[in-house]
Design a binder for this molecule. Structure first.
Ligand code: NAI
Length: 303
């Protein structure tokens, strides 16, 4: 694994067992990358059915990774898949799982009160040395951590969808995060094959703070009738070298997600015109046209 770039020589290997809470889109991806880089992982969800589904989707995704890593070496590919799968267990008993774990990565619903309940329940049960992290996209890490007595062992670990493919992880340091915790999560991020960057606990961190306003500006440009959705997308792909146009990307992200981020920022910063919710996006969400996942957004999709 080390020779395949999954680990760095400086990795102290202090994080051996990882608990990933939330077996949805992000949690299953995080569990997969941790397992395929040699960590033991327990994936926790309230819902048994979700856990079974996650196991299936992780195995399929591992097959794709193995195909790339071990092209014609069938036996090696099989070994990689079997070993990675064997490192993942599933559970719906979070309090029991965290009794023996080095890192908890939370990837549950994006609601402050639900995250507060989770962290305040596991804080007294988890070992002193266990680090807590949240994968939240839009909530304040400082506020999430406030219900625990381990703010020095708390950080944000913000992954990108699809987790097995996207190389970046944003490591969010809150004012209380200790150097030791920060160094451990940075090293762990490298050990799972990602490139970490550091950011303060500011709305949208780096990527979304820059990307979301771009998507919004593209939507506003189309609403004004300055150019069509298609031409805006072609322009940004061929003129700015973007792999996807902003409206295509907005459809991919999902308009419910983007709108809820923009509305949250608008509430906090009502004077910033970049955060003003867009009329056409509100209408799409009201009509259930959420983008690629619902079959229609600014474009139409056929399965
Ligand atoms: P999802 O809806 O696919 O998965 C959430 C899972 O959490 C569900 O399976 C649900 O059953 C489970 N869950 C809810 N409450 C729970 C609890 N108390 N204990 C255990 N499991 C619980 O959501 P998704 O998209 O994976 O997002 C999860 C988190 O990751 C959110 O905080 C989101 O902001 C963040 N995120 C999402 C990204 C995305 O592109 N979807 C990108 C980066 C971060």
């Amino acid at each position: 694994l080390i020779s395949r770039g999954f680990a760095t020589s400086t990795y102290l290997n202090s994080i051996k067992h990882v608990t990933v809470v939330g077996g949805g889109l992000m949690g299953s991806g995080i569990a997969q990358v941790a397992a395929q880089s040699g960590h033991n992982v327990t994936l926790v969800d309230l819902n048994e059915q979700v856990l079974q589904k996650s196991k299936g989707s992780i195995e399929k995704s591992l097959q794709r990774v193995a195909k790339k890593l071990y092209k014609d070496q069938e036996a090696e590919a099989k070994k990689f898949i079997t070993e990675s799968v064997s490192r993942i267990s599933v559970s719906s008993d979070l309090k029991d799982v965290v009794k023996k774990t080095d890192l908890v990565v939370e990837a549950i619903v994006e609601k402050m009160e639900v995250k507060h309940k989770l962290f305040s329940e596991i804080d007294p049960v988890a070992p002193e040395s266990t680090i807590f992290a949240s994968n939240t996209s839009s909530l304040s890490i400082t506020e999430i951590a406030s219900v625990t007595k381990r703010k020095d062992r708390f950080a944000g670990l913000h992954f990108f969808n699809p987790v097995p493919v996207m190389k970046l992880v944003e490591v969010i340091r809150i004012p209380d995060t200790s150097d030791a915790t920060y160094n451990q999560v940075m090293e762990w991020s490298k050990a799972i094959g990602k490139t970490p960057i550091t950011c303060k606990d500011t709305p949208g961190f780096v990527v979304n703070r820059l990307l979301v306003p771009l998507l919004c500006e593209a939507v506003r440009m189309m609403e004004r009738g300055d150019a069509t959705a298609k031409d805006i997308d072609i322009a940004m792909k061929l003129g700015a070298g973007y792999p996807m146009g902003p409206l295509e990307l907005a459809d991919y992200v999902g308009h419910d997600t983007t709108l809820s981020i923009v509305e949250g920022w608008h509430k906090k910063f009502p004077d910033n015109p970049l955060f003003e919710p867009m009329k056409s996006m509100k209408e799409l969400v009201q009509q259930g046209k959420l983008g690629v996942k619902s079959g229609e957004g600014y474009y139409k999709y056929t399965k």
